[in-house]
Design a protein around this ligand. Structure first.
Ligand code: FMN
Length: 328
């Protein structure tokens, strides 16, 4: 258990922000499955772009599970402060600042992890945002710009000084992309140096690994990104293991069917049929990626054009799988 401002977080496993993945339906699902906190996809701090369809979905926080943590990205202190205020007006209860994303689109505009190079600017952005809103502000970083510029420790101190209330660290430099092993030693030294909650992120894929990383780093929680795609029950498994030291049995086919059908339904109702059908293809692909017949099923699934047919097709897939005794 740990706290972010007034919020008590009762599970040591957090869903990482992932653009194109952690939309409202997925966040709600992960929360239900045991994530202590879920973070939105990033929203640009350039409020002029908020009229786009993509931003409209990202900015819709109605009926969300609490606390609603909304991530903003940008490189200009005033714009970031304004974006934070506007998100709070729309229901954000935590503002998360993205300085951890290596995406070219973000880096070229001097936002995301590119900012880590410029410590005075980092200080200005963080101070501007914490001064602008009453809700807790959190930060997500990488360990630095590249292997010879690993300044995460210094950024962490700046963050704590500026009033940031929790820090997520992806254990890689920006130039690493997703290559190499995450550096849990650096995360451990950051956690030791500051007293706000630190979340360890990078390559955590199982309950045992989550426990090892928590032991090694002393962090308040682990943050899970890619491993949760198509596997939202990972939160339940990790949470259970951290509490009891025992491994939960994997979900049975019947439960996966229920979870996937409910997720599909949420996607269709949140995005509407046209976009919902398209976004569902990606998620269904993840759910079935390890299944022996997943690949051939995906081929047929991906050409279906209506919400109702997608649901029927998933039902049929699971009916066949249980008749054929396919393991979950
Ligand atoms: C598809 C995708 C989208 C991502 N989008 C964001 C984002 O919007 N904001 C952010 O801070 N990090 C983003 N990340 C980085 C993740 O939050 C996380 O730090 C990274 O995936 C490492 O964790 P993992 O090994 O558990 O996946 C993204 C990662 C992926 C794979």
């Amino acid at each position: 258990m740990f706290h972010i401002g007034p919020y008590t977080i009762d599970s040591q496993v957090i869903l990482a922000p992932m653009a194109g993945v952690t939309d409202r339906p997925f966040r709600q699902l992960c929360k239900r499955m045991g994530a202590g906190l879920v973070v939105s996809e990033m929203v640009t701090s350039d409020t002029r772009l908020w009229k786009s369809r993509k931003s409209a979905y990202r900015l819709n926080h109605a009926g969300e599970v609490e606390p609603r943590s909304i991530q903003i990205a940008g490189g200009d202190p005033e714009m970031m402060a304004e974006a934070a205020i506007m998100n709070v007006q729309r229901g954000a209860q935590i503002i998360d600042i993205n300085m951890g994303c290596p995406a070219k689109k973000v880096c070229n505009k001097a936002a995301g992890s590119a900012l880590l190079k410029d410590e005075p600017l980092v200080r200005n952005i963080l101070s501007a945002v914490t001064a602008a809103v009453d809700v807790p502000v959190t930060l997500k970083i990488r360990t630095g710009w590249d292997s010879s510029n690993k300044n995460a420790l210094s950024i962490a101190r700046i963050a704590e000084d500026a009033g940031i209330q929790a820090l997520a660290v992806h254990g890689r430099t920006r130039s690493c992309g997703y290559k190499g092993e995450a550096e849990y030693d650096t995360i451990a030294s950051i956690n030791e140096a500051i007293s706000i909650p630190v979340f360890a992120n990078g390559d955590i894929t199982s309950p045992e690994k989550a426990q090892q990383v928590l032991n090694h780093t002393g962090c308040s929680a682990v943050m899970i990104g890619r491993a949760a795609q198509g596997k939202p029950w990972l939160f339940r498994e990790i949470d259970h293991y951290l509490r009891t030291g025992t491994i939960l049995p994997p979900p049975q086919l019947e439960e996966i069917r229920e979870i996937l059908l409910a997720h599909l339904h949420e996607l269709h109702s949140f995005y509407g049929d046209y976009l919902g059908v398209r976004i569902a293809r990606k998620h269904v692909g993840w759910y079935l990626q390890d299944k022996p017949d997943g690949k051939s099923f995906r081929k047929t699934f991906n050409i279906i054009e209506t919400a109702a047919e997608q649901a029927t097709s998933i039902e049929k897939y699971f009916d066949n799988a249980s008749n054929n005794g396919v393991a979950a």
